[in-house]
Write a protein that binds this ligand. Structure first.
Ligand SMILES: *Cc1c(COP(=O)(O)O)cnc(C)c1O
Length: 367
């Protein structure tokens, strides 16, 4: 079976480096908020083109802490997309703010600026822009849009490690960028981890208090925070995995280019091509198909795993049924959730594997 991820087939040099990183931390006897974490924060902030990185427990907390560090909470509205991991919206709810859901552009799956415009109100404080599937697209237009509306841009970069727009990395456009290092992400830890990145000294300082019970100096708590710290074993292993990230990203992009060029089946529709190679890091390679469930079954019968990102748009989730939506509806998101399918596109996928996926995709017949 060709799987969506294949961690155990990673290069043995990487597997060994991960083990010795864990060994290093255990030998040191320092496990939470230490030198490994600070080094990873420095390295990841630098890769993200900003001054500060604040390591946190996971990607969802990175978004919640970003909002709270900006004093966004009860009474405020934050606009985002229903076509995302539930965590994006849950983070907004946990901050105390109200999420407002705008529709996507059907060709890219990314948030539609027109729809976000219809969602603005006097209470809007921020847009959480999700670089869905690993693609950053016209972030400069989002900066202008948010500046004109007098609101913050927060980038949800959980799927977009090292994606670049005109050589500038994802995470460097908004007031804050939020990253997840969940195992399946392009840069993944063997556990939960996250980080927020920013150029703003005050936001970085507030975020590092918030992740640690709101503590300013030891045992003093001027504000109510949470417990969301990046531990040393995850950080040490992420430092090792970061050394491979560029090569792994190149491989994803090469596989995606082959899929775009070689999958030609009238029953299967490609998403819009990325504007440039650097602007899409293909966390997921997604196609659309009117008979999506039949395609999923066909692929399975050919030994190819596929998954749906995402089968239920957020506004159809039970806790979100009274969420405010674009008054014109979220029809593109609904349509997308019924037709989208993600096929294997990970760095360990061999050329032979790619050919098998292409053959399986091209041999599908519409039902
Ligand atoms: C994975 C993901 C998150 C949440 O990250 P966790 O580390 O799992 O909390 C948020 N947003 C998007 C778009 C994601 O893909």
């Amino acid at each position: 079976m060709i799987l969506m991820n294949a961690f155990t087939s990673e290069p043995s040099a990487l597997r060994k480096a991960m083990l010795s990183a864990a060994h290093r931390v255990i030998q040191s006897g320092w496990y939470v908020l230490g030198e490994e974490g600070r080094q990873f924060e420095r390295e990841w902030a630098e890769r993200s083109g900003v001054n500060h990185g604040v390591g946190v427990g996971n990607g969802m907390d990175a978004i919640e802490i970003a909002l709270r560090a900006l004093d966004i909470g009860p009474g405020d509205e934050v606009i985002t997309t229903p076509m995302t991991a539930f965590a994006t919206v849950l983070a907004i709810l946990r901050s105390g703010a109200e999420p407002v859901l705008a529709d996507i552009d059907p060709d890219t799956g990314l948030l539609s600026q027109e729809s976000v415009g219809r969602c603005l109100s006097a209470r809007t404080r921020a847009v959480v822009l999700v670089h869905l599937y690993g693609q950053i697209r016209f972030p400069d237009q989002w900066c202008t849009f948010c500046d004109e509306a007098g609101i913050h841009l927060i980038e949800d970069c959980a799927q977009a490690h090292l994606a670049r727009w005109q050589s500038r990395p994802a995470g460097s456009f908004g007031t804050v960028g939020a990253f997840s290092f969940y195992p399946t992400k392009n840069l993944g830890a063997p556990g939960d981890a996250g980080m927020l990145v920013t150029n703003d000294d005050q936001i970085a300082a507030k975020a590092s208090r918030l992740r640690n019970y709101g503590q300013s100096v030891r045992y003093e708590h001027p504000e109510l925070g949470l417990n969301s710290r990046l531990d040393e074993i995850q950080a040490a292993i992420l430092i090792e995995r970061l050394k491979w990230l560029h090569e792994f990203t190149e491989r994803r992009q090469t596989i995606a280019e082959r899929y775009l060029n070689e999958i030609h089946n009238p029953a299967i529709q490609h998403m819009a091509r990325p504007v440039s190679r650097e602007s899409h890091v293909f966390h997921l390679f997604v196609v659309k198909c009117q008979s999506r469930d039949a395609l999923l079954g066909h692929l399975y019968s050919k030994g190819v795993q596929s998954l749906i990102h995402y089968p239920i748009p957020v506004h159809h989730q039970r806790p979100c049924q009274s969420t405010r939506l674009d008054p014109e509806g979220l029809t593109s998101s609904e349509r997308h959730s019924e037709t989208c399918l993600s096929i294997p596109c990970h760095p360990q996928l061999s050329d032979l594997g790619v050919e098998r996926v292409v053959d399986a995709m091209n041999s599908f017949q519409r039902v």
